[in-house]
Design a protein around this ligand. Sequence first.
Ligand SMILES: NC(=O)c1ccc[n+]([C@@H]2O[C@H](COP(=O)([O-])OP(=O)(O)OC[C@H]3O[C@@H](n4cnc5c(N)ncnc54)[C@H](OP(=O)(O)O)[C@@H]3O)[C@@H](O)[C@H]2O)c1
Length: 364
Amino acid sequence: MTDAESTHRRWLDVAARLATSGLGSTGTGPTVGAIVVDPSRQLVLGRAVTPPRGAEQAELLALADTKGLTEGRTLYLTLEPAAHYTAFPPATDPIIAAGIARVVVGALDPDRVHAGEGLRALADAGIETVHVTHEPSRLLNEGYATRVTKGRPFVSLKIALSRDGMAGYGRPGEPLPFGAEAQRFVARERAAADAVMSGAARAEIEDNDLRVRLSGLEGRAGLRVILAGTRDLDQRIELFAAVSGIPILVVTTPDRPLALWRGVEVVAIEGRRGHPELRHVLALLGERGINRLFVESGARLAESFIAGELVDRLHVIDAAREIGRSGIPAALLGRFDDRIAAARFSEVDRRVLGEDNVRTFERL
Ligand SMILES: NC(=O)c1ccc[n+]([C@@H]2O[C@H](COP(=O)([O-])OP(=O)(O)OC[C@H]3O[C@@H](n4cnc5c(N)ncnc54)[C@H](OP(=O)(O)O)[C@@H]3O)[C@@H](O)[C@H]2O)c1
């Protein structure tokens, strides 16, 4: 790697780290980190990330943050700027007008129709352009890229396994099998998602309202999606009863209409055996601009997602505690690890969470 490339990577790392905190809050567009650097002194003159709900463009905010010191400077962006009209006019125009000398991007526009267009428009205006294939920039926009290319959100699914291989107690009133660190991990994943999904029975059994309980991030919870099944929903549970202002979408099937509190949206989607078809549920979320979906599943919902090949990243929390024989086994047959190996998942990360661990898998 040349000196210039390692310098570019370092600044892109900074831009990606800055922007990661915005995940789950930036609305339907991409989450972008932008830094303006004085190349001779290697000094940051301006920086920005996509603000809440994507109300403005990070590249323009970073230019403004320099207070006019843009002439001849380098702009680092985790994503190529758009040269076409999106929710905004092309971002390339103000970059050209600002006199930026070089633009370095960590990823191209994921939409094949537009990939490379932004860099070409800048190059045509005499700006030096560099594309570094930068993994943190790609990760930042895997949600947006999945929605643009597949019409559905990027799906992260979490399942917690007790030491004896159970995924739940199956009855109300029992404590969670995992500790505080693992709960914080789950809360951070919720905060970084645009929508959180759970099966109906779990919402009732755990009276889990799917909100983010992390200091400073309480407002972060996105859409809460509940997949109704064949049973009636208990409307007295915290999820439905508490007024939080965080929207709830209940997905049912046409043969099972549900009348819920006003304020809870109910959508019917065709399915089988009383379960809405997951592919269509995800397409609906994609249409609504949901880039990142975090699914908190028990055994049956996990199996439906895995069997449908709809899981992009799988988090298995290995809890230190046992549940005992009365619990619900995580795999319908055999061991859960064998099930995910058969589905061609490979471990890509492993972390200690206090007394518990989390293993992360992707299909490679
Ligand atoms: N270990 C974990 O991380 C974890 C996470 C969530 C829940 N749990 C535990 O698991 C136990 C059962 O909760 P749960 O039944 O809600 O778990 P689940 O397996 O996550 O979800 C099943 C629920 O979703 C409904 N559903 C709708 N569409 C579905 C589909 N396509 N595939 C599968 N299910 C679909 C089911 O309806 P029907 O009833 O009609 O089948 C059922 O109500 C509880 O003890 C809960 O605490 C553990």
